[in-house]
Design a protein around this ligand. Structure first.
Ligand SMILES: Nc1ncnc2c1ncn2[C@@H]1O[C@H](COP(=O)(O)OP(=O)(O)O)[C@@H](O)[C@H]1O
Ligand SMILES: [Mg+2]
Length: 325
């Protein structure tokens, strides 16, 4: 069953087309990631699905309810954790959840029990009665996760849930997101630009750039579109035609000053490829990541908002990109 459906969903802010017509279907129970760089239109898309932002055109529904015509019904189906933290830091963890439960008219009979259950789920029971100003960044995010799920929404939206946290805390938070989604049987739609982390938790991802979904599939299927593994080489500038002519090499590109050669059976092909290169400083082999997929699709690295191409010595090679694999 499709719990979220959008068709040609679009939003303009004046002359800026923030979301340029999105068609996507998300299944009940999925963890779906919307991945893309800053300004791609992720927050605006989520805003429209949560009825906070009014679409300029197109349509979207959640659990069958139209986001423009039935906003009150949609709101009952969704929970949201915003990109910017929205906890009341003079209140305790429990009080923050209490406030939310009252907003949703929870009967007092079940309120305490439900709050305890959610505090337990995100391991904050011990700290529940401390004011949240004393919480770490990760604890605050966990509390927001608990709050977003408190009223048992069918869909939980998480906008950049791990932004600003250190890598270890981010890793733990992803575990909590997975665990709570399972425990609560909630569909999750999340945005992030941490591609490597997203691919570990998301069942499917949509890659969004300039307001459009440019690819949508399971992380595995998207990575398979790279057509092989990567051999990453640092070497002096030199002609690369001979390597490109090899039948198993599908692409060569430059990223971060290194040559990335995409080839089938990298382990078997490495000696031949190296024999065609002079002055190699170092070599590394790896499997493609979603960031590699993003670079293939857009020519940019998701980590850079603007890519400086000056001095790139493989510019001429870029023209050979995406030869049939
Ligand atoms: N309220 C707004 N008014 C004007 N422009 C906006 C507004 N919200 C977002 N934008 C613009 O829309 C584009 C998409 O923004 P956003 O959805 O926040 O992207 P993301 O969440 O992927 O970083 C950006 O160019 C942004 O500057
Ligand atoms: Mg955003």
């Amino acid at each position: 069953m499709m719990i979220i459906q959008t068709s040609a969903l679009r939003k303009c802010f004046g002359k800026i087309e923030a979301v340029a017509g999105i068609d996507m279907n998300i299944e009940k129970g999925e963890i779906f990631g919307l991945l893309g760089p800053n300004g791609a239109g992720k927050t605006t898309t989520i805003g429209m699905l949560c009825t906070i932002v009014r679409p300029s055109s197109g349509a979207a529904s959640i659990a069958g309810y139209n986001v423009v015509k039935e906003p009150a019904l949609v709101r009952r189906q969704v929970g949201i954790v915003f990109q910017d933290p929205t906890l009341d830091t003079v209140l305790t963890g429990r009080e923050n959840l209490e406030l939310h439960a009252r907003l949703y008219n929870f009967p007092s009979r079940i309120r305490k029990e439900r709050i305890d259950q959610m505090l337990e789920l995100v391991d904050l029971k011990q700290r529940a009665d401390d004011i949240t100003r004393t919480y770490s960044g990760g604890m605050r995010r966990r509390l927001e996760l608990a709050r977003g799920l408190l009223h048992r929404p069918a869909v939980l939206f998480l906008d950049e849930p791990t932004l600003g946290l250190d890598p270890q805390t981010r890793a733990r938070l992803w575990e909590y997101i997975k665990k709570t989604a399972q425990a609560e049987q909630t569909t999750i739609v999340l945005t992030t630009h941490y591609m490597e982390e997203a691919e570990k938790v998301c069942d499917r991802v949509g890659i969004i750039d300039h307001g459009r979904i440019i690819a949508l599939d399971t992380p595995q299927k998207l990575k398979e579109t790279m057509g092989g593994e990567m051999i990453v080489v640092r070497a002096e500038k030199q002609p690369l035609e001979k390597i490109l002519a090899l039948p198993y090499v599908s692409e060569i590109r430059e990223n971060d000053g290194a040559l990335e050669i995409i080839t089938k059976e990298a382990h078997r092909r490495l000696p031949k490829i190296l024999s065609l290169l002079k002055d190699v400083h170092c070599v590394e082999m790896r499997v493609p990541t979603l960031n590699d997929v993003f670079i293939k699709l857009t020519g940019r690295d998701i980590r850079d908002d603007t890519v400086d191409d000056s001095g790139s010595w493989v510019d001429s090679v870029a023209r050979y990109r995406q030869r049939g694999s």
